[in-house]
Design a protein around this ligand. Structure first.
Ligand SMILES: [Zn+2]
Length: 420
């Protein structure tokens, strides 16, 4: 079977259908062949090797297992030495590591030991003709399968609640939220009846699911329009997320720095100030969050101001590029080491939510300043971090068509997956 990597732009829809069919057949075979976990077993491979498999149990040490297999003390010491020097293995972990002892016949001494210290690593120790033990370690590529989950927002739902109900795992849901937050205002764009979907990877090793992988595609029927994002690897191997037209979906700034925080006051040129009592402009957006909630930098940049004033309380201002600055106010305290001049990454904690300055309760007051003027963080068109060149864009559009066809297929067969 052809292995298709990150970019499946050479694949066709027909091939995906065929691959899905083949995979389903393979799974059925794997289910039949799967050996029960735990304990030991003996088996004979096609090339006549006799293998006994030992699953490491609590209290097992490498030397005990080797002595059980008939190794001399000298061999045990030598094997332990090459394992440490060549594979950095000093301990075995109970219930996790598996060891295979391979012989040419049932009565012959072991001439090969295979240790699987993680689902993504295989270490082989072999004995050469001169009786010298040699060790080689090899990384195992995950078997990546793309799965599809779709859901609907119901009355009173948060996106997290609806996503959980749709069977999207927590970690994937958090990533999806982070992605969508570049385009969506979860406070205002989410309504009952909206549909969303995610295509993401599940990583398998030896037919067993080990972990969730990467988010490949996201779609959300937001109020302001259908938001779609696709993960794509450019010809320079850099990976990013792009909208359906190939425009960069990861923006240089986030509209909502704190995930899942409720907007309690929007940007406005006139509003009655809750503390001062008179009407004046609100130059930012307020997000309710409890005291001590970390405040992440909305984008990569440099700290240009850090201080206290009677209105903002403890505040930090970041400069992101020639046009954009952001400001964070009412902090209870600043993050350690974040001072004027510090360079910060997008998402790096710069301080913690508080209620210092003119504030009625703990919240983050967040401003985006473009070319010296305050803009509405929820509606300002934010620049993409990376856009595609012409050649990559054509590849992307082809890739997107294939992925969309795969999504169409999975949406009618939710228990299927696509082999990547
Ligand atoms: Zn405010």
């Amino acid at each position: 079977m052809k292995k298709v990597k990150d970019i499946i732009n050479s694949a066709t829809v027909a091939r995906i259908v065929a691959i899905v069919a083949v995979i389903l057949a393979i799974i059925a075979t794997i289910l039949v062949l799967a050996r029960p976990r735990g304990g030991s077993g003996l088996s004979v491979t096609d090339d006549g090797e006799h293998t006994s498999v030992v699953v490491v149990a609590a209290g097992d040490t490498l030397s005990k297992l080797l002595v059980d297999q008939g190794f001399s003390n000298a061999d045990v010491l030598e094997i332990a030495r090459v394992l440490k020097s060549d594979a950095d293995i000093t301990n075995l972990r109970a219930d996790n590591d598996k060891i295979e002892f391979v012989r040419t016949s049932p009565d012959a001494p072991v001439d090969k030991i295979v240790i699987i210290p993680s689902p993504w690593r295989r270490v082989e120790i072999t004995c050469d003709d001169a009786g010298k033990w040699l060790c080689s370690a090899q990384d195992i590529e995950p078997d990546r399968r793309a799965v599809y989950r779709a859901g609907e927002i119901r009355d009173g739902d948060s996106f997290y609640l609806a996503g959980g109900r749709a069977g999207i795992p927590d970690g994937i849901l958090a990533e999806v939220y982070d992605l969508l937050a570049f385009e969506m205002d979860f406070e205002r764009d989410v309504r009952a009846g909206q549909h969303f979907s995610v295509l993401y990877e599940e990583n398998f090793s030896n037919g067993k699911k080990v972990e969730n992988g990467r988010v490949l595609a996201v779609q959300f029927e937001a109020l302001r329009g259908n938001v779609k994002m696709y993960r794509f690897k450019k010809s320079d191997d850099k990976v990013g997320y792009y909208d359906e037209n190939g425009n960069g979906a990861i923006k240089s700034l986030k509209r909502t720095p704190i995930n899942n925080a409720r907007v309690t006051s929007s940007f406005s040129n006139r509003r009655k100030h809750p503390v001062l009592g008179y009407t004046r402009a609100h130059k930012g957006v307020d997000f309710r969050a409890s005291t001590g909630t970390p405040i992440p930098a909305a984008g990569a940049g440099r700290v240009v101001a850090r201080g206290y004033n009677s209105g903002h309380g403890n505040y930090i201002k970041l400069r992101h590029n020639a046009s954009y600055e952001t400001l964070y106010a009412h902090m209870s305290r600043f993050a350690k080491g974040v001072v004027v001049g510090t360079t910060v990454k997008q998402g790096q904690t710069i301080g913690y939510v508080g209620s210092t300055g003119l504030s009625t309760g703990p919240h983050l007051h967040y401003e985006i300043i473009k070319d010296g003027k305050h803009v509405n963080p929820m509606t300002v068109k934010l620049p993409a971090i990376s856009n595609l060149g012409q050649a990559d864009k054509e590849k992307f559009l082809e890739y997107r068509r294939v992925l969309d066809a795969g999504i169409d297929l999975l949406s009618t067969h939710p228990d299927w997956f696509i082999q990547l």
